[in-house]
Design a binder for this molecule. Structure first.
Ligand code: IPD
Length: 299
């Protein structure tokens, strides 16, 4: 089971990479991600305290963007460009830009925007640095951070060096719990996809002791890494929702898959311990009962 909840002090604990002499590339990227996420999280929180104004709806009426989403993404983008001018950028709220270094930053400035707008503290800044093609099927994530400023928690990860909450190393629950698994999921903004998502949830329920719908995919993933959830699945995620969180899960000893043979994509993301992921995948991709209402577009 997950470690006890750790309060705001987790935010201020330095990442373990700070103590080494000469940093590797991924350590440098991880340290930069942490610095920027702390600044971005503070800005998001300040704007939340001042009151939130919704600027627009995107894919559906329920898919909102606030002024803070854009302002926080601009801040992150500026900080990355100043520190590493040749890197590419793929963010939720602004145009993608390819770089010259082979590194791309994949950013959700405020994951859990609806929570943010309603004053629910489960929202997070999610920042990952990936190498290779900026597509989840092709990239290799090198470092990432998921920072929930209103909860005072910062999850960080460097490829090959584990996943961390402050100074505590994270571990996915590997064993199947005889009482059933504590699972999380999410529902896309498009009402046309809800019936299929509920039908899938119904098929998954026999594996579950209970279900959580936290409202921020990056936190669902971080909580699986921390053992606070046994597993998570969702259809319709964008790359910025899962880039940092999937690396957290993998570095915490978990498994993250999409469709059979694929990394997590817009089509599907399933994460947890190996055995649970296998069981979830068997249900999700059981063609005899599958009801397709896939979101369109890549991811
Ligand atoms: C959303 C949240 C939500 C998930 C959606 C995402 P946003 O991200 O992560 O939990 O169910 O699929 O789009 O829009 O709040 O950044």
């Amino acid at each position: 089971m997950g470690d006890a909840w750790v309060g705001p002090e987790a935010t201020s604990a330095p990442p373990p990479t700070r103590s080494v002499g000469r940093m590797s590339l991924q350590q440098e990227l991880g340290a930069l991600a942490v610095d920027i996420a702390l600044e971005a999280g503070a800005l998001a929180r300040r704007r939340r305290d001042e009151g939130v104004s919704i600027t627009a709806s995107k894919s559906a009426l329920a898919d909102i963007v606030t002024e803070a989403d854009r302002e926080v993404e601009n801040l992150i983008r500026e900080r990355i460009a100043a520190a590493r001018p040749g890197d590419g950028f793929l963010g939720e709220e602004s145009a993608a830009e390819s770089g010259t270094t082979g590194i791309t930053w994949v950013v959700d400035p405020i994951d859990g925007t609806v929570n943010y707008a309603y004053g629910i503290p489960s929202y997070a800044v999610s920042i990952a640095a990936v190498s290779g093609d900026p597509d989840p099927r092709a990239w290799q994530a090198l470092a990432g951070v998921v920072h929930a400023p209103a909860l005072g928690e910062l999850f960080h990860v460097v490829r090959g060096e584990g996943a961390w909450l402050g100074g505590r190393r994270l571990k996915v629950n590997a064993e199947l719990n005889p009482a059933g698994s504590l699972l999380a999921t999410g529902f896309g903004y498009d009402p046309a996809t809800h019936a299929a998502q509920l039908e899938l949830l119904g098929r998954v329920m026999p594996l579950a002791r209970d279900i959580r719908r936290i409202g921020a995919a990056s936190l669902d993933l971080a909580y699986v890494a921390a053992g606070r959830l046994d597993g998570y699945f969702e259809r319709g995620l964008h790359p910025w929702d899962h880039a940092a969180g999937v690396l957290l899960v993998e570095e915490a000893g978990g498994v993250a898959v999409g469709e059979p043979g694929s990394a997590p994509t817009r089509e599907m993301a399933i994460v947890g311990g190996a055995e649970l992921v296998e069981r979830l995948s068997a249900i999700v991709f059981d063609d005899s009962t599958r009801n397709d209402a896939a979101p369109s577009g890549e991811g």
